[in-house]
Design a protein around this ligand. Structure first.
Ligand code: HEC
Ligand code: HEC
Length: 410
């Protein structure tokens, strides 16, 4: 009877899951028709490879999340699925076998038991978190945990339940509280824990572990970046791969090297490089991610048409938000004062490689409130009003409201 409790605690997930066979789904390049060899097919294959990296690759960052921070032990001991969902983690419903889905629905899968979290990790169903689970004497043990890009830059459509659904790659996870998650680590001192816990959901400070300062920025979308050759809020890199290398090594703790002379930064983790060879595919995938169109009925089309005239006329927005991606990023960056979030202390621009800001691209802007790099404007109406006041544009209430409707339509 020694193991009876263990089996009971592990609920019905494993016995049922074992009966379900896994069906491999072939990834078919979009377009449908007959597959042809050539540059397009090669590009599609590269992007498909990049999708897997974006979703599932940890670059060996278990060294940070497991060996240094010990988060696998915290998860196994204390993080049941209800708690995991409450700090913004998402569950990929498509990774759940039918029997598990049924178990969640009829309550036989216990969402208040950390063992269920381990079971979900074993199914690779927690978006952006990779667990290595070993079964010893019939008992599952979480031995390694690492994170992927999808942790911050994917969410789910909530089609199954809140926090559980189909993946939406590129959509920022504005529910995720990375600071609170890292603060769970027993290896973090009290002062750092206090700083991490002050960040709040949807925000992360990707400079904190470099310069020691603490002022987070909102997690931005990873979609809608095709044709834009200044990456990050401050335009630090000319292509996505620049920043992907930085974040994979310096933030996620992946194995490899990042050098940034402008920040006097040189970080190497490990003796092998698990990052460099993946960057071309990772970038190719992100370039396929388009900004989602505004849902029908989410804005007033007549007001948006009037708002466009304000955007291009009296509002002078188009002087910076120009072209099809609504940014002049490819020709210039802007002094800190051009950001409506400045002055702030510490200034985010001052902590960056360029010390300037990139005009934010606006495709899909309806999707990712709050706005500006620090999230200081809660809505697009607030954005429009802030510009009107700060720049003395002299727009009336109707113009401001129309302008916001136009922004919601992009
Ligand atoms: C812990 C959360 C987190 C993780 C994990 C993460 N990012 Fe980010 N990402 C951010 C934040 C915060 C920023 C904003 C930084 C800035 O612009 O200064 C950002 C910026 C970006 C940008 C720039 C977007 C733009 O508008 O220019 C891209 C692209 C991106 N991340 C892709 C990735 C990829 C690919 C990975 C995996 C290698 C990754 N991120 C991992 C939080 C994260
Ligand atoms: C002088 C150049 C400039 C002008 C003019 C300008 N913007 Fe911006 N805009 C920026 C910059 C730079 C940012 C990024 C600020 C930040 O994140 O701190 C930005 C950010 C934004 C954002 C936030 C996007 C996001 O992802 O959070 C919106 C929305 C926006 N601008 C709309 C407008 C509207 C509407 C107007 C006209 C009333 C306007 N802008 C005029 C340069 C400009």
């Amino acid at each position: 009877m020694k193991h009876a409790g263990g089996w009971a605690r592990r609920s019905s997930v494993w016995r049922l899951a074992g009966a379900i066979s896994v069906i491999a789904v072939a990834v078919v390049a979009c377009g449908g028709g007959a597959a042809v060899d050539g540059p397009d097919a090669a590009q599609a294959a590269l992007a498909a490879q990049g999708r897997d990296i974006f979703r599932y690759d940890t670059f060996g960052d278990e060294a940070q999340w497991t060996d240094a921070l010990g988060l696998h032990e915290v998860i196994a001991a204390a993080v049941d699925p209800v708690t995991a969902l409450s700090v913004g983690l998402k569950v990929d419903a498509e990774a759940l076998p039918a029997a598990v889905v049924a178990g969640i629905q009829d309550g036989s899968v216990d969402l208040k038991d950390p063992a269920t979290t381990v079971a979900l990790l074993k199914l690779n169903a927690v978006v952006g978190v990779r667990g290595t689970v070993e079964t010893v004497n019939g008992v599952d043990k979480l031995v390694r945990v690492g994170i992927t890009c999808a942790l911050c830059h994917s969410t789910v459509d909530n089609s199954f339940a809140k926090g559980i659904g189909k993946r939406l790659d590129g959509w920022p996870n504005r529910d995720l509280n990375p600071g609170a998650i890292i603060a769970l680590s027993p290896a973090v001192d009290a002062a750092t824990k206090a700083a991490l816990n002050s960040w709040g959901p949807g925000k992360f400070d990707p400079r904190h572990n470099i310069d020691g300062l603490s002022k987070p920025v909102v997690i931005p979308p990873a979609y809608g970046l095709a044709g834009i050759h200044r990456i990050t809020f401050t335009g630090d890199g000319e292509d996505i791969a620049y920043w992907n290398r930085y974040v994979a090594v310096a933030e996620m703790g992946g194995l490899g090297t990042v050098l940034e002379p402008r920040l006097n930064l040189s970080v190497t983790h490990g003796s092998e490089d698990l990052v460099s060879s993946k960057l071309p595919a990772l970038q190719a995938y992100q370039l396929t991610l388009q900004a989602p169109p505004a849902p029908v009925g989410s804005f007033d089309p007549a007001a948006a048409t009037r708002g466009r005239a304000v955007f291009e006329g009296a509002g002078k927005c188009v002087t910076c938000h120009s072209g099809s991606t609504f940014t002049d990023a490819n020709t210039r960056l802007h002094p800190p004062a051009d950001s409506m979030a400045e002055p702030e202390s510490p200034s985010y621009a001052a902590r960056s490689a360029t010390r300037q800001y990139r005009t934010a691209p606006l495709k899909g802007v309806w999707q990712h409130a709050p706005y500006f790099h620090d999230g200081s404007a809660a809505t697009l109406d607030e954005v429009a009003q802030t510009y009107n006041t700060r720049l003395g544009l002299g727009l009336n209430a109707q113009d401001v409201s129309d302008l916001a409707q136009y922004l919601k339509s992009l």
